[in-house]
Design a protein around this ligand. Structure first.
Ligand code: HEM
Length: 460
């Protein structure tokens, strides 16, 4: 039995591993539930044996995640490159790379995000969403659920390679892109738990995935050729232009531009999931829906909602922040790795150890949140009804060097979509059907999303 001395603390506690497979068989499909249970039992720094991948370290509360990713950022900011990502080719992708030009790649993205009018992209998309809702105003189906996927994909592809000109949803180019992405995602259900991560020889059986990815690369590659032919170096209107004009300060090979764009289309699935959670949770709480509608109407009337008035809609914003806490779309994070030997919380952690951060834990930590299991946007408002973001234990976009570079893009899109939609529409559960709860969430491509649901559209 450990007596708490420094000597005893050197072995990181964790669930007992089985021979060969370690704790792999004990990890639930919703890994964050296992992480939360283990951290409650063994403490906020736990060891989880990943069998062929070796020991990993699991960080389970805000304090240790902040210490690792912010205070010890140099040691904890590498990415653990999943074997499946490595096979697929990580070169050039922001999510998976750990090299000396990583900062430049991030700089390129953030520079282009400042040059492109993200708000306009979101507004155009929101207008298109409202047109579809209007044409289908008698619908009681999964239309809204599907529409959020299309809108998200359309917005990121417009940002990446359509020079601010979105495609209509029925445009053959958009339909083909959607088909290609769908084919690829269907073949890769759970990024982390794919068998080829544990036994890389199984990669030979991922033929369908490789073919789908090649098709997508070919499609995006054609856009790059068109960009090269029509480049106007004085005006960067999308990420491809940014690559071609060296907006990050250095030149990246064309192949890396394609890889990063395909990677970004994956990274934004978190935003699609958040849209789907938002509409679901708002519909499940009619009083929240009414407050959002009233707020949007009182500020904008019939005028088009813009970011200029974002501060005047505290309740709408509070609902977005509460959804990110409560549904935790990025719950499993992409794993980090140590890039040097580290001494952390009294433990010796070796270089190249996989590090998981469980944001589900901090977002439901009763030490920081009253009734954490309750969906309650009011917790993000102060006593005067103003937005209060001064919260600890709240890290939906991560922390430190690997913090999400799409945060502003995502916040703009969420606000503009919600304000535009609820200005004119509301939603109800379909008679006789029960809407899913957050407990019904599923893990898809390593992210937490609601299962498909139907909604009845209500015109205001
Ligand atoms: C509500 C929507 C979103 C949420 C909750 C979210 C959350 C996160 C989280 C938690 C991480 C991991 C941070 C870490 O490992 O320390 C991440 C990484 C990342 N996100 Fe997002 N994200 C969202 C939307 C977006 C969007 C819209 C984009 C792009 C336009 C984006 C691009 C990325 C990229 C490229 C990374 C990897 C960064 C790196 O490895 O350095 N995300 N995101």
């Amino acid at each position: 039995m450990a007596d708490g001395s420094d000597e005893d603390k050197r072995v990181i506690p964790g669930p007992r591993p089985a021979a060969r497979l370690g704790n792999l068989k004990d990890i639930k499909p919703k890994a964050h539930l296992s992480w939360t249970e283990w951290c409650a039992e063994y403490g906020p720094v736990c060891r989880v044996d990943l069998g062929p991948l070796g020991d990993s370290v699991l960080l389970g509360n805000f304090d240790v995640i902040r210490k690792a990713f912010e205070d010890n950022s140099d040691a904890f900011s590498a990415r653990f490159v999943l074997p499946i990502a490595e096979k697929d080719g990580t070169r050039g992708t922001m999510t998976w790379e750990n090299n000396e030009v990583f900062d430049k790649r991030r700089e390129l993205l953030t520079t282009v995000m400042k040059q492109v009018d993200i708000e306009k992209l979101a507004r155009n998309e929101a207008t298109a969403i409202c047109e579809v809702l209007n044409k289908n105003k008698d619908s009681s189906s999964d239309l809204v659920y599907r529409l959020m996927e299309e809108a998200n994909l359309n917005m990121i592809s417009t940002f990446c390679f359509r020079r601010e000109q979105r495609c209509p949803y029925d445009d053959p180019n958009f339909c083909e892109l959607k088909k290609r992405i769908g084919e690829m995602n269907k073949k890769l259900k759970n990024l982390m738990a794919e068998p080829a991560n544990l036994f890389p020889v199984l990669w030979v059986f991922y033929f369908g995935f490789r073919r789908a990815r090649k098709n997508l690369r070919c499609l995006v590659g054609k856009e790059l050729e068109t960009h090269k032919e029509t480049l106007d170096a004085t005006s960067v209107r999308d990420l491809m232009d940014g690559y071609l004009t060296k907006a990050g300060g250095i030149e990246f090979p064309a192949e890396e531009c394609l890889a990063n764009i395909m990677n970004l289309m994956g990274a934004t699935i978190t935003l699609k999931n958040t849209f789907q959670w938002l509409l679901l949770l708002i519909t499940k709480h009619p009083e929240v829906q009414t407050k959002i509608q009233d707020e949007v109407t009182s500020v904008f009337g019939d005028d088009t909602p813009t970011m200029a008035n974002v501060d005047k809609l505290p309740y709408t914003n509070a609902t977005i922040y509460e959804t990110l806490r409560f549904a935790c779309p990025a719950t499993q994070f992409v794993p980090h790795a140590t890039q040097a030997d580290a001494k952390f919380e009294g433990y010796d952690i070796k270089k190249d150890t996989v590090v998981f951060a469980n944001i589900w834990g901090p977002h439901r930590d009763a030490k920081y949140w009253d009734e954490p299991e309750k969906f309650n946007p009011d917790r993000f408002l102060d006593s005067e009804g103003k937005l209060d973001l001064n919260k600890e234990s709240y890290i939906p976009f991560g922390l430190g060097k690997r913090r999400c570079p799409g945060e502003t893009y995502a916040k703009n899109a969420m606000f503009i979509f919600l304000a535009n939609i609820y200005q004119r529409y509301g939603f109800q559960a379909v008679a006789g059907e029960t809407l899913p709860d957050v407990a019904d969430g599923v893990i898809n491509i390593g992210l937490h999303n609601p299962p498909p649901y139907n909604l009845k559209i209500v015109v205001r």
